[in-house]
Design a binder for this molecule. Structure first.
Ligand SMILES: [Zn+2]
Ligand SMILES: [Zn+2]
Ligand SMILES: [Zn+2]
Ligand SMILES: [Zn+2]
Length: 131
């Protein structure tokens, strides 16, 4: 039984160790991907080229314009790393404008705005404010 598990495991251990936070939190789904699904090409939003899902489980820089992408399993789409991120505490992908409030332990909208629930400021907003 152990042997067949290895044979159906399409990703190498080094690929599994370099997954994006989003992919890592969808491990079950990742492990069930077969070689065909991993080879499936996804179009990048810059329009330069396509990349196989396998490469998008890690941060993938477009060879032409250097925009960095990853596959969001929360949204089932290829997203730009500069526009989105995966909150490991909420276990959800977020827009870049959202940040995680440690006090409420929830994400809130507006990097330069105080938390919509408790009014604390994000680290970035504090940084901008102190300038
Ligand atoms: Zn590009
Ligand atoms: Zn995610
Ligand atoms: Zn969060
Ligand atoms: Zn808060």
């Amino acid at each position: 039984m152990a042997k067949s598990e290895i044979e159906t495991q399409a990703l190498t251990s080094s690929e599994l160790s370099s997954l994006t936070p989003c992919a890592r939190q969808h491990m079950k789904q990742i492990k069930s991907l077969n070689t065909k699904q991993l080879a499936e090409e996804h179009e990048l939003s810059c329009g330069c080229t396509t990349a196989p899902l396998r490469d998008l489980l890690n941060f993938y820089a477009c060879p032409k314009c250097d925009e960095v992408y990853y596959y969001s399993f929360c949204w089932n789409a290829v997203v730009e790393n500069s526009h989105s991120w995966h909150c490991e505490k909420c276990r959800k992908c977020r827009e870049w404008r959202e940040w995680h409030c440690e006090k409420c332990n929830k994400c809130t909208y507006g990097v330069s705005l105080p938390c919509e629930r408790c009014g604390s400021m994000s680290e970035l907003a504090k940084l901008i404010g102190s300038e």
